[in-house]
Design a protein around this ligand. Structure first.
Ligand code: NDP
Length: 295
């Protein structure tokens, strides 16, 4: 039976540490980390994410501001807001909640953010630095995965990590982080995707299996090596008549079956997702510290 890697405990610990560090920063430099959210349209999931992130900012003692634009807003309006926040000294981090409406070019929007304020870690400058092993603002979900491994003393060094999924926000960055010749990385990494024939033959080789697929319970017990560490990034809503809302959230891993053979596993909810917000706070604090005269 696997150890449950509790993302909430880790996120709470990180958030406490950030709050203390932010208070010290304020006392020594007068700086208050500031995070600006840009929300375009009325997507309920995006609204809820921005709300949770805003609450976390307030709890950490950060300054935060949310600009809401209607779904009909054009790209120029979003770019103008970014330009304003790029120049605003009270703002150290800018987060444009994705996805954006289809008529807005997400890549152009991401690239308009000052890389020093790119607390999502999606700007090509930050991704490039990540790739070549330079310290930078790392994407929050992959950074959260590394924190889970670290805080549960699961050292990926020399282990075979199989990442299923190659998105720019999870699969590629976590693979590139784990392959670095650094502490809590130094893994042998395989990336699988829809072009992978016989996925199970790869996942079964994993000492650490990271599922970032977006398909409910796609990783079944027969695809996991006994004793493997399983990190489930997926957030999938499935119908469930027994709940009030008629649905519930599950991961990309068949948790009930896989926990019987894995040595450790993240639950969904309560795993990686919790640490994502905590790492956003870490990035905002780091971005603020970099602007302080003592940095
Ligand atoms: P994307 O849809 O951008 O990428 C999914 C990846 O999985 C793609 O690379 C795709 O391959 C691959 N894939 C899909 N189906 C299969 C399959 N059957 N076999 C092998 N590979 C497959 O998703 P994201 O990376 O953005 O997100 C993945 C999941 O993580 C989602 O459930 C999302 O909601 C969740 N998520 C959770 C976060 C958190 O904080 N916990 C943060 C971000 C995402 P290909 O490239 O070939 O199409």
């Amino acid at each position: 039976m696997a150890i449950i890697l509790d993302g909430k405990i880790i996120a709470d610990a990180i958030q406490r540490e950030v709050k203390i560090a932010a208070e010290q920063l304020r006392l020594t430099t007068g700086l208050v980390p500031g995070l600006a959210f840009i929300l375009v349209g009325e997507n309920p999931a995006s609204q809820s994410y921005v709300k949770s992130k805003g609450v976390a900012c307030l709890d950490a003692g950060f300054y935060s501001v949310t600009e809401r634009l209607p779904g009909t807003a054009d790209e120029a309006e979003v770019l103008a807001l970014i330009d304003r926040f790029n120049k605003d000294e009270k703002i150290h981090g800018i987060l444009v909640q994705l996805p954006l409406p289809a008529h807005i070019n997400e890549q152009r929007v991401i690239e308009a953010i000052d890389p020093g304020k790119d607390v999502d870690g999606f700007h090509p400058v930050n991704i490039g630095k990540l790739m070549i092993g330079i310290d930078t603002l790392f994407p929050c979900t992959p950074a959260g995965i590394i924190e889970i491994l670290k805080r549960y003393a699961i050292d990926p060094s020399g282990k075979h990590v199989v990442v299923v999924g190659r998105s720019n926000i999870v699969g590629k960055p976590i693979a590139n982080m784990l392959v670095q010749k650094k502490e809590w990385c130094n893994a042998i990494v395989t990336i699988a995707h829809t072009g992978t024939k016989d996925l199970a033959s790869f996942t079964r080789q994993a000492d650490i299996l990271i599922a970032a697929i977006g398909k409910a319970r796609a990783i079944t017990a027969d695809m996991v090596k006994p004793g493997a560490v399983v990190i489930d990034v997926g957030i999938n809503r499935i119908p469930d008549a027994s709940t009030k809302s008629g649905s519930r959230i599950v991961g990309d891993v068949d948790f009930d079956a896989v926990k019987e053979i894995a040595s450790a596993i993240t639950p969904v909810p309560g795993g990686v997702g919790k640490t994502t917000i905590a790492m956003l706070l870490v990035n905002t604090l780091r971005a603020a510290v970099k602007t302080s005269p003592q940095a």
